[in-house]
Design a protein around this ligand. Structure first.
Ligand code: HEM
Length: 170
């Protein structure tokens, strides 16, 4: 393997590990904490967003998928049907597909919902008056959607990394 291939492989594994770790911490610890805090949780989401938390995870996830597609293209000799139909090909491409779906849910559900929760939390904090029943319903609805989406993404990337660990060795 050339130095370029090895470096892209190392980069892929590092990025993938960072993505899975970030999703696990968010789903297992950050999200339940935000829920327990109620409207104040929205303010915490706003601070995380201002610090670039969601944006950073999205960049890491996108680079994981892009380096993964490149590795798959290289390993399969340009997505040859003989490789893609082999056990290694099926396992790696299934892992790749699940990872890509996790990225899309992250980009189109987790990030926008986190942004809306952050904006709502900031507005409620600035208002200085108790939140209205409608506001509380909005916070609860957005928190529920965030929790469900995070659990789906956490499951998808966990299965992806398991398939990745198997794929190259089949
Ligand atoms: C959560 C996302 C991902 C993680 C954590 C991850 C992790 C890994 C790991 C740890 C390996 C090395 C396995 C080994 O050699 O034992 C690997 C290899 C590989 N990954 Fe991923 N991966 C992810 C997503 C993807 C995606 C989305 C694709 C493709 C679209 C992909 C394609 C590949 C390929 C082709 C290899 C084999 C590379 C080679 O042997 O040259 N990965 N991945």
């Amino acid at each position: 393997m050339t130095a370029t291939i090895l470096s892209i492989r190392v980069l892929h594994v590092l990025l993938g590990a960072l993505w899975v770790g970030a999703v696990a911490i968010t789903a297992l610890f950050l999200d339940p904490t935000v829920r327990e805090m109620g409207p104040e949780g929205g303010r915490m989401m706003g601070i995380l967003q201002r610090r670039g938390f969601q944006r950073t995870i999205l960049i890491v996830a996108t680079l994981t998928v892009l380096t993964g597609v490149w590795l798959l293209w290289r390993l399969s000799g340009g997505f040859s049907s003989s490789f893609m139909g082999s056990r290694a090909g099926v396992v790696l491409s299934t892992g790749g597909l699940l990872g890509t779906i996790a990225l899309l849910i992250g980009a189109h559900v987790v990030t926008p919902t986190g942004k809306r929760l952050g904006a709502l939390g900031a507005r409620l904090a600035e208002a200085g008056t108790p939140p209205s029943p409608e506001d509380l319903a909005d916070v609860a609805r957005l928190q529920r959607r965030l929790t469900v989406a995070l659990r789906i993404v956490a499951t998808l990337v966990s299965v992806t990394v398991a398939l990745m660990a198997l794929g190259p060795h089949l």
